[in-house]
Design a protein around this ligand. Sequence first.
Ligand SMILES: *[C@@H]1O[C@H](CO)[C@@H](O)[C@H](O)[C@H]1NC(C)=O
Ligand SMILES: *[C@@H]1O[C@H](CO)[C@@H](O)[C@H](O)[C@H]1NC(C)=O
Ligand SMILES: *[C@@H]1O[C@H](CO)[C@@H](O)[C@H](O)[C@H]1NC(C)=O
Ligand SMILES: *[C@@H]1O[C@H](CO)[C@@H](O)[C@H](O)[C@H]1NC(C)=O
Ligand SMILES: *[C@@H]1O[C@H](CO)[C@@H](O)[C@H](O)[C@H]1NC(C)=O
Ligand SMILES: *[C@@H]1O[C@H](CO)[C@@H](O)[C@H](O)[C@H]1NC(C)=O
Ligand SMILES: *[C@@H]1O[C@H](CO)[C@@H](O)[C@H](O)[C@H]1NC(C)=O
Ligand SMILES: *[C@@H]1O[C@H](CO)[C@@H](O)[C@H](O)[C@H]1NC(C)=O
Ligand SMILES: *[C@@H]1O[C@H](CO)[C@@H](O)[C@H](O)[C@H]1NC(C)=O
Ligand SMILES: *[C@@H]1O[C@H](CO)[C@@H](O)[C@H](O)[C@H]1NC(C)=O
Ligand SMILES: *[C@@H]1O[C@H](CO)[C@@H](O)[C@H](O)[C@H]1NC(C)=O
Ligand SMILES: *[C@@H]1O[C@H](CO)[C@@H](O)[C@H](O)[C@H]1NC(C)=O
Length: 634
Amino acid sequence: MIFSALTTLSLAALLAPSSAQSNLTVPSGYAPTYSACPTNVTWLRGAQNLSDAEHAWVQGRKVVVADALGSFLGALNWTGFNVTEYVRLIKGDLDNVPVVSLALSGGGDVAAFTGIGIVQAFDSRYPPALSQRTGGLLQSLTYFAGLSGGSWPVVSYSVSSFPTSSALITAWDPEIDPYYRGDNASAINDYEEVIFEQIGEKAEAGFPVSLADYLGRALSSETIPGPGYGVNVTWSGVASLPAFKNFSIPFPIVENVVVDPNSPSYAGVLIPQANSTIIEATPFEWGAWQGDRIGFTPTKYLGTILAGGSPVNTSTCVTGFDNAGFILASASNAWNLWYLNDISNGTEGNFAKRSLSISSDKAEEHALSKRASFAFPISTIEGLAGVFNQSFNLTLGEILTAPYFNPWLGVGGDNATFLQLVDGSEAGQTIPLAGIMQPARKPDLIIAYDASQETAYGWQNGTNLIDSYTWAVQHGIPFPKIPTAVTILNRNYSTRPTFFGCAHKDVPVVLYLSNAPYSTYTNFSFIEDALPPQQVQEVLLNSFNIVSQGNGTLNSDFPECLGCAVIQRSIERLGWNTTAQCQACFSKYCWDEVDDTKLNPGLNPFNPEMSLPPTTFAVWNQTHNYTSPKLLPS
Ligand SMILES: *[C@@H]1O[C@H](CO)[C@@H](O)[C@H](O)[C@H]1NC(C)=O
Ligand SMILES: *[C@@H]1O[C@H](CO)[C@@H](O)[C@H](O)[C@H]1NC(C)=O
Ligand SMILES: *[C@@H]1O[C@H](CO)[C@@H](O)[C@H](O)[C@H]1NC(C)=O
Ligand SMILES: *[C@@H]1O[C@H](CO)[C@@H](O)[C@H](O)[C@H]1NC(C)=O
Ligand SMILES: *[C@@H]1O[C@H](CO)[C@@H](O)[C@H](O)[C@H]1NC(C)=O
Ligand SMILES: *[C@@H]1O[C@H](CO)[C@@H](O)[C@H](O)[C@H]1NC(C)=O
Ligand SMILES: *[C@@H]1O[C@H](CO)[C@@H](O)[C@H](O)[C@H]1NC(C)=O
Ligand SMILES: *[C@@H]1O[C@H](CO)[C@@H](O)[C@H](O)[C@H]1NC(C)=O
Ligand SMILES: *[C@@H]1O[C@H](CO)[C@@H](O)[C@H](O)[C@H]1NC(C)=O
Ligand SMILES: *[C@@H]1O[C@H](CO)[C@@H](O)[C@H](O)[C@H]1NC(C)=O
Ligand SMILES: *[C@@H]1O[C@H](CO)[C@@H](O)[C@H](O)[C@H]1NC(C)=O
Ligand SMILES: *[C@@H]1O[C@H](CO)[C@@H](O)[C@H](O)[C@H]1NC(C)=O
């Protein structure tokens, strides 16, 4: 594995007292900066409603969405529904404009790349999506949420003002390893050196650093535009982009989990629980709707020390802590679980019940030869820990989680100076639904894309969606009932699009889309150092086939039915009847609310076969032998 080379080669070089790096220019800007505090900012607010800023933005977006829906719905082969009249009415009362959200799950590089393909399949700028009539839904979204691997596209599209997916892929250059860009064994690795110098700049400015900074700097080299690996790009800066200000891109949300110091631990490492607080970060605000700590602080001023809800020193407010790459890395900061997975031989740190301890027998027969079961080997983590120890005098335990200044310090007896943030999936929900299901956001349709790889062969059986449903019920949040994993497997709900909650006006409709092998096998490794262009294209096409149902060949009516789900809650508010066509759609694609009790034979383990055309993994693998990443010079 290339990444392990990092510890033996470049890290050793970094640690060497050599001054050979002295000619290196390190692009500055990663350190947050201090300035006088603004006087017109609400430092900490409750979580009863949307912020005024988000509310105003959503109203602006609805006008754009109404027009986008006119095109999207107008292209559908619908009978008995007057789209022109519908769009006229919703524009007249924006409360009737459907709020549609897309959530991209975690699941490392699989989630990131298949998620980009899902976005492309809904994009009206992608000609095949337009001709399949699924294109245009992207333009009709209000919210776009991500965590872990799913946060990479969400942040990357947003800070880049939503390029097309092919332009995003070009910018990422997935063929290049973001973690290590070695040239040869003896050379000092400039790339690594720049990253560590940038982290050092932040530490010298007095801010705590951790492996999340390393992950963020490395991933930024591909995902964040701008000089110095996007060193000056902030998450709050999205709010100043023209594309955001004129409402032409959706509102992005990324999710993190806070590690509760009372959580159970293994080898001294705390393990988040299902009730751990979920923090969301938007360009406007950072905070939680439910949990131990509730409320929101402005994202732009993260890093400012607050006490009792106000700055401790009004001349030292912080900006730049919300570096976009750091926000993205905080949402995918699973070093604690990667480490536990390594030291426990895969028995601990298994995310949302994900079974990472896969036996390697019959690996060729199944898709496992493409998968590394451990994200980062222990040698890599210990090597990085060595650099952090030597450079910043931090222990391994201190760098596995991302420290954020606690905005609730001094509120209700809260005495924690820092909150320890980790990957948003670590409370058991790998699909970022917590933010977009909030009643304050008035969700009508939630599209839950799932590449969580929770089952042995890297596919899904709905466990993470079930976890979100359970969480919603615990918090009294309206959410459709989700069936058992047995039902989801028996009915093929994780290999074909499925709606939940259609008949229940009091909950949003949920469209569950699961990563599955249509035209290629997409259950590759959680962390891929590099992906060849041909594989990336096949992965994007597979996602297009999930959404378009094989370019219309598997189910030609799915685009029409998707449209039905988009408008359903909205037409209920308008007092319109569901058309016969849409009723037929819901009969076909909506769960009938009957649970199966017995798993059909052949579904354990769950190892679905590619369908377009039907091909076993063994046969496919003969012509798709993607293995080693390619090393390119920095
Ligand atoms: C640094 O720059 C000097 C002068 O340009 C050059 O002689 C030297 O070889 C450079 N050192 C490295 C390590 O590139
Ligand atoms: C980032 O912004 C700071 C302050 O404006 C500037 O000094 C620095 O050069 C910028 N960094 C890059 C890489 O452009
Ligand atoms: C606060 O004041 C600044 C400077 O006048 C202005 O740019 C900013 O929009 C204001 N912020 C809010 C939340 O009103
Ligand atoms: C439109 O729908 C009708 C009735 O369902 C069907 O006969 C026709 O083939 C469809 N046309 C297209 C272009 O899909
Ligand atoms: C659809 O509604 C528009 C008004 O919004 C009306 O002008 C048009 O005639 C209607 N079309 C049909 C087929 O009823
Ligand atoms: C969270 O759940 C754990 C058990 O998993 C329990 O011990 C703890 O008290 C709970 N914490 C809160 C804040 O409810
Ligand atoms: C780790 O687990 C694998 C299979 O799960 C097993 O074959 C191996 O012996 C275990 N190694 C140790 C050191 O426990
Ligand atoms: C490193 O940190 C430890 C404990 O935090 C402290 O006791 C020690 O003095 C520090 N060492 C240096 C060289 O700063
Ligand atoms: C912080 O608060 C917790 C819980 O109330 C308490 O157990 C702990 O002693 C406090 N720590 C300090 C340093 O005051
Ligand atoms: C679904 O996946 C979870 C996570 O791997 C596993 O614990 C559970 O047994 C699976 N359920 C079924 C019915 O396969
Ligand atoms: C989808 O099908 C059309 C013909 O209906 C074909 O022209 C097009 O190439 C196909 N696109 C993809 C991406 O398979
Ligand atoms: C809706 O359907 C009901 C029952 O079929 C019918 O009585 C009513 O007229 C319909 N409403 C509209 C607006 O078409």
